[in-house]
Design a protein around this ligand. Structure first.
Ligand SMILES: [Zn+2]
Length: 423
């Protein structure tokens, strides 16, 4: 075993590695130069090194959360219209401040990597670069720039519309040239844009195919917002990499049989991002929502319960589909720092173990984002991104965030952001 002054040892009471399997108990994690170097039983660590180790034996350690679907420039109001209006009325400078604030909130919530899918004016790209340069605290950011939508379509107020094959091609090329990490395309309407239509596709198969072909030619993945079955069918046929929300519903908005969705996705390269936002958190058994939150949650729930609303997710996973769990933070009732409650909604809604739910919000999310060789697991060679949660008994649920490590450095300690490493 390597010994070095630079090697930091951490003792974890319970360790969820992110692979969705059984938890490790009483383990030692060795960090060096921003990377995880060792994961071994504590008992195997020699006495001298044990004496200097950071003792987290009363806590659970998981890979830093990866929130694969957020909106860093949104303000988490209690109403979609208020969030939209606030966004539309904000100057570029105000949006940048909102983004910087939300990036801090992500870290406080144990999130060390995010994929932002709702930029405007390339504000999030600047935020991404400032965090990467070490001048602002925050998670690693993948940014889609402004989502590609149709005139009057979902999030058209982010400012990126196209209405023909040629226009789609041009917008995708412009986004990739501007430096986005991923393309976000609105395959259907969405709830935050009341004049859009959630029950019908927004783009033709040909337009979606051109978007995917161009994005892939630039080496970028494609995330498709999809709230109905026809938009999902077209997106999968076009070869998108991730289906956001993935609501398998007919033109009346009614759920279609899960088996047909499983058949569509089985064996495909398309991953699914299930978003469990604050509106679902209000349905947790021990939640204490306001009357407004409860009413909104019930209005948005087809069946009135998490497990009956989201039973289809486990069927996809059982069929081998890669499913990531994300929050859609920034939308109504969804502050960034409560991400562990989204993971709890996954446990409740999908009928999976805490370890599996954490795996969906770490390793599976990393696979969806194409970065599973860097983050998403507690394993040698990956980045030293860790979230430390209260308590060691994960058999029922998950505790709140106690500490966060990013790139091997402690960045959050008991609700405080540590700024020592800022440049
Ligand atoms: Zn979203």
């Amino acid at each position: 075993m390597t010994t070095s002054d630079d090697l930091i040892w951490i003792r974890g009471g319970t360790v969820l590695t992110g692979d969705g399997g059984g938890a490790l108990t009483d383990s030692a994690i060795g960090l060096r130069d921003g990377l995880i170097e060792h994961v071994i039983p504590w008992i195997d660590l020699d006495g001298e090194l044990r004496a200097d180790a950071i003792d987290l034996s009363e806590y659970t350690i998981a890979p830093g959360f990866i929130d694969a679907h957020v909106h860093l420039l949104f303000t988490c109001e209690s109403d979609h219209e208020v969030t939209r209006t606030t966004f539309q009325r904000s100057s570029t400078a105000e949006l940048a401040l909102t983004g910087a604030r939300n990036a801090v909130e992500c870290l406080l919530g144990g999130i060390t990597t995010v994929r932002d899918l709702g930029d405007t004016r390339l504000v999030v790209l600047a935020l991404r670069d400032a965090i990467a340069a070490g001048t602002l605290p925050g998670p690693r950011v993948q940014s889609a720039g402004a989502p590609l939508t149709t005139t009057g379509g979902h999030l058209h107020w982010c400012g990126n519309t196209a209405d023909s094959v040629d226009e789609v091609r041009k917008v995708v090329r412009a986004l990739c040239t501007a430096g986005v990490d991923v393309l976000k395309i609105m395959a259907s309407g969405g709830n935050m844009t009341r004049e859009s239509n959630v029950r019908d596709p927004q783009f033709s198969l040909e337009e979606l195919t051109v978007a995917v072909t161009e994005a892939h030619r630039f080496g970028r993945r494609v995330a498709a917002h999809s709230l109905n079955a026809e938009s999902i069918r077209r997106s999968v046929q076009a070869g998108v990499d991730t289906l956001e929300h993935c609501l398998w519903r007919d033109r009346e908005g009614l759920p279609l049989p899960t088996e047909t969705l499983v058949e569509l996705l089985r064996g495909s390269t398309t991953s699914v991002t299930v978003t469990l936002a604050g509106i679902q958190r209000a349905l947790l058994p021990d939640a204490d929502p306001t009357d407004v939150e409860r009413a909104a949650a019930l209005a948005a729930s087809p069946t009135g319960g998490l497990s009956s609303d989201f039973g289809w997710v486990k069927a996809l996973m059982d069929a081998g589909v890669n499913v990531a769990l994300a929050s859609d933070a920034g939308v109504r009732f969804t502050p960034f720092r409560r991400f562990h409650e989204t993971v709890r909604c996954g446990i409740e809604g999908f009928g999976v173990t805490p370890s599996q739910a954490v795996g969906m919000a770490t390793h599976n999310a990393a696979k969806s984002l194409g970065i599973s060789d860097q983050v998403g697991l507690i394993a040698p060679g990956l980045r030293g991104d860790l979230v430390v949660l209260e308590g060691t008994d994960v058999s029922q649920s998950l505790g709140a965030v106690h500490q966060v490590y990013r790139d091997g450095r402690l960045v959050v300690d008991r609700g405080q952001i540590l700024l020592d490493d800022l440049r």
